[in-house]
Design a protein around this ligand. Structure first.
Ligand code: GLC
Length: 520
């Protein structure tokens, strides 16, 4: 019998998997970005395929018990924490059929926001550890723990160290999904004690000298997880390079055979122009002309003039380095002057980008309008009303807005990176192929020329309509990607559960429980 035959004989493929899905944010309960959208929609699709997936998230202070009809399921769960333990109360909500367990602890989560507190490391250690203890308390043994981003990065680390000999966790494997490599969770040595990992120490890697004696949450997830996924095939390749690897590419290269890119989907029920209750006029691909009414409503809503020669542009997103705001701002000026384009910008985030945008908006009040709040109804109206949605991202693991835009008949204009490159093909007037516009170099000039091309094609109503129809009839639902995740779960389940040899050879595990780690 050859090796393949014996391997397939031993393969475990339970028809229904138990999956514990951990996320720091889940839409509609708590959201800062795309992670929440994914966590609020992917599990539903996995459930529809017959698997028992359950979400765990923190119950932040702003998630009201009455409003969401949370049911208390555990009064007092004791969670190991540092030298002792802390108590969690567990609530349960339902997202369609998916149970959503919420970890409540006033000290850590009774806050107005989600992140950016000085004790974030403690908060997410507590949350992640509580999730594991919860599964045990429910006597619900997951095949897979699916971790998302750095907040949950220690879970694979724990399962391969302190829980290694625990029969409850013996068969469980971990999948770690990178939604954004830029946020890594790097903390000082004291955190090892809080995490109960001091005896297992620090991790040193020859190509990561700057790692010495810090605790790197994302890095640990990437080292210890049985499988790694990220949110588009293109980003999965990009992060193997120093340009996009955010310092972690040496580890990712050693794990390339267990790294898979799976394109995100969008929640096609939440985002459906035919049923959207936030927009004045509903429409579908057969009634595209009705869109004009939403366009007028949008311009009126933000106070921009209705009459002009050019297209209406939109941007929606977090105002961070990643999103290419510097390019947007440089181009907005010329777009107003030479293309007579009107531009609606919606976002929250860093002060410096906000003031840059404010400056152009003040200079061109007839053309540029910016709204710096989290405004879901306005977001819907922008998708339903703009002609072109801009996403000039510096990097973009997946990006959801370009897909939502297409579903709403807005044509995306994107930089050719990450998931944007996987979903938007530049329109080629010679062949007639493409579903949007894109540019390569991170330069205002490159964005502007793509915009000139888009604005020109917008004037050719037939061409434009074709682009809109292509976007509106593309399937962006989760069903295909959900199947790919399940394949990854099966592959993870059939791994040995050991750190891959190639990586282990390079790592050094330095003692952590020494006096040296305790003195500042
Ligand atoms: C992060 C990424 C974004 C991705 C989202 C969901 O927000 O920046 O590109 O779409 O996560 O995976």
């Amino acid at each position: 019998m050859n090796a393949n035959a014996s391997a397939s004989r031993m393969e475990t493929r339970p028809a229904s998997l138990r999956i514990l899905f951990l996320s720091a944010e889940v839409f509609p309960y708590a959201k800062t970005g795309g992670l929440a959208d994914v966590a609020g929609s992917l599990p539903k699709a996995i459930r529809r395929l017959g698997h028992d997936i359950r979400i765990v998230m923190p119950r932040y202070g702003f998630i009201e018990i009455d409003r969401w009809r949370l049911k208390k399921v555990i009064d007092a769960l004791s969670v190991p924490f540092g030298e002792g333990s802390e108590i969690a109360i567990i609530y349960e909500a339902r997202l369609d059929d998916v149970p959503v367990y919420m970890v409540d602890n006033a000290r850590f989560f009774d806050r107005d926001g989600i992140y950016a507190y000085p004790d974030d490391a403690e908060r997410f250690i507590f949350f992640s550890r509580a999730a594991l203890e919860l599964a045990k308390a429910l006597n619900w043994q997951p095949h897979i723990v699916h971790c998302n981003d750095w907040h949950t990065g220690l879970v694979p680390n724990w399962l391969k160290t302190i829980y290694k000999d625990d029969p409850f966790w013996k068969q469980t494997r971990t999948v770690f999904t990178v939604h954004n490599l830029a946020y890594q969770g790097v903390y000082g040595h004291r955190i090892l004690e809080v995490a109960g990992l001091a005896h297992h120490g620090f991790i040193a890697h020859p190509q990561l000298a700057h790692w010495d004696h810090v605790v790197h949450f994302m890095g640990r997830g990437l080292i210890y997880a049985d499988f790694i996924t990220t949110v588009s095939p293109r980003y999965a390749r990009e992060i193997l390079t120093p340009e996009f690897g955010a310092g972690l590419d040496p580890i990712l290269r050693d794990r390339a055979d267990t790294l898979v890119g799976i394109l995100n989907g969008i929640d096609v029920e939440e985002w459906n122009p035919a049923t959207d209750s936030y927009i004045p006029r509903r429409y579908d691909v057969a009634s595209l002309e009705a869109r004009a009414e939403n366009r007028r409503a949008l311009l009126a809503d933000v106070g921009l003039p209705e009459e002009s020669e050019g297209p209406v542009l939109g941007f929606i997103g977090r105002l961070t380095e990643q999103k290419g705001i510097d390019l947007l701002v440089q181009v907005a000026e010329d777009a107003a002057r030479y293309l007579d384009a009107r531009f609606v910008i919606l976002g929250t985030g860093e002060e410096r980008w906000q003031s840059m945008i404010e400056a152009v908006a003040e200079k061109h009040p007839e053309h540029v309008r910016a709204v710096f709040t989290f405004n879901n109804p306005l977001a819907h109206l922008i998708y339903a009303g703009v002609d072109i949605l801009l996403m000039p991202s510096r990097f973009e693991p997946c990006g959801l807005n370009q897909m939502i835009a297409m579903r709403y008949g807005a044509v995306p204009l994107v930089r050719e990176v990450g998931g944007l490159a996987d979903t938007v093909q530049d329109f080629d007037p010679r062949t007639g192929e493409g579903n949007g516009f894109s540019f390569k170099e991170y330069k205002a000039q490159a964005l502007y020329t793509a915009l000139v091309r888009a604005a020109e094609n917008w004037k050719h109503r037939g061409v434009w309509r074709t682009l809109q129809e292509r976007g509106m009839t593309t399937d962006f639902s989760w069903s295909r990607s959900a199947r790919q995740y399940i394949e990854v779960y099966y592959r993870a389940l059939n791994t040995s559960g050991e750190i891959p040899e190639r990586l282990r050879e390079k790592l050094a595990f330095l003692p952590g429980a020494t006096e040296a780690t305790k003195t500042p």
